[in-house]
Design a protein around this ligand. Structure first.
Ligand code: ZN
Length: 384
């Protein structure tokens, strides 16, 4: 049961309600709706607390404006931090799906794990370094600007951003996985013992411990009369604890699937069609079966393309039944095929990244050996 849940979680995307707002260096930048909550909370706490107590005598509207500018500056800083991770990852050919800002900060969504300890170390460490550089820059500006008698509201915003980036950089260096420091720590363990699973386990245990520590600290703060700060710590603690156990499960699953060659989970009796089959026959064969995202089109035992079911479903023209499969064929077989030497983890990743329910396993360049389905892989996980 436990494995099934994890597998389902793996299929889940973390953020369901997000919007792309712009692109930066080719990376889509998205905000999750939960980010609006934190934008409001940060603006509010600055406008009602930090700025009036440090820089008194301004009208309320000025504090709200300062709060908003500082909050946006904070999120631009988070973006800068994530961008640093993303650019280094891209330099090492790790694919980045984009950067998402959400209630607990930001995340650069990497499609795959780092190929080596060195790459993991560099990708992870550059984020906190970026934040610490920003911290130094903003603190310098706030001091230098003050000697030049710049606008005091602006100086307070710089000061706030300097402190916050400092906190962000240092917090992320704590060796608690999946924080950046935890990844740095894992990469060092990985380099020493050459055992990725063990390195992940050790750093995930520290991650969970740190998560619980934050929860405990938050609970104490609530009892001592700071309910908002306390609640925030409790939430971040739970989030970290969850994220570290989830990453650990993911690595365990990866290790498990890597040991299964696709030849072991191959189906050979699944449906396939020829280029000249009519759609009416296709659909009559699909009835009462589990529908896949696409079906292989085969000529003389060779995979020549695939039929994306969504494309056919979208068609409402009269007479569609008698049209031929070849009109809808997609011939880019790299999208749906894997060589017979691959393992179940590679199949799983390819299906997940492309949103497919099945893949075709090829012998040589084109000869179709059989199918691998997501269902079968998930069942395998349930069994072991
Ligand atoms: Zn980071």
């Amino acid at each position: 049961m436990r494995n099934r849940c994890v597998a389902a979680q793996l299929e889940d995307t973390m953020f369901r309600r997000r919007l792309e707002i712009f692109r930066l260096f080719g990376f889509p930048i998205r905000v999750d709706l939960s980010w609006l909550i934190i934008l409001f909370l940060v603006t509010y706490s600055l406008a009602a607390g930090f700025f009036p107590s440090n820089h008194p005598g301004l009208p309320v509207s000025a504090y709200w404006a300062m709060g908003f500018v500082a909050a946006m500056g904070l999120f631009a800083s988070v973006l800068f931090h994530e961008l640093a991770h993303s650019l280094v990852a891209r330099h090492y050919s790790i694919q980045i799906d984009g950067i998402t800002l959400f209630i607990f900060g930001g995340v650069a969504e990497m499609r795959e794990e780092s190929p080596s300890p060195k790459v993991e170390f560099l990708v992870a460490v550059v984020g906190p370094i970026a934040s610490l550089i920003l911290a130094a820059t903003f603190l310098f500006l706030s001091r230098w600007g003050s000697s030049l008698e710049w606008n005091r509201s602006l100086l307070w915003i710089f000061y706030y951003l300097g402190i916050m980036n400092g906190i962000l950089g240092i917090f992320n260096l704590v060796p608690a996985f999946p924080l950046d420091g935890g990844r740095v720590f894992r990469s060092i363990l990985w380099a020493i013992k050459r055992d990725y699973l063990w390195a992940t386990k050790v750093s995930a245990i520290i991650g969970q411990g740190f998560g619980w520590l934050l929860v405990g600290w938050g609970a104490v703060s609530i009892v001592r009369g700071s309910p908002m700060d306390g609640l925030w710590l409790v939430l971040i603690g739970f989030f970290l604890k969850q994220a570290s156990s989830r990453s650990l499960e993911q690595v365990k699953i990866q290790r498990q699937l890597e040991k299964i060659p696709v030849s072991e989970i191959l189906d050979t009796n699944e449906l396939h069609f020829g280029p000249h089959d009519r759609l009416v026959d296709v659909f009559s064969q699909l009835e009462h079966r589990r529908i896949h995202t696409q079906y292989p089109i085969v000529r003389e035992g060779n995979l020549v393309g695939f039929l994306p079911i969504m494309k056919v479903h979208a068609l409402k023209d009269p007479g569609w039944e008698y049209r031929e499969v070849k009109e809808f064929i997609d011939t880019d077989i790299d999208i749906v095929a894997l060589s017979q030497g691959a393992n179940a983890w590679q199949a799983f990743q390819k299906m997940r990244n492309r949103g497919l329910s099945s893949l075709y396993i090829l012998e040589g360049d084109q000869h179709l050996k059989g199918w691998v389905t997501m269902e079968k892989i998930l069942n395998r996980l349930k069994l072991t």
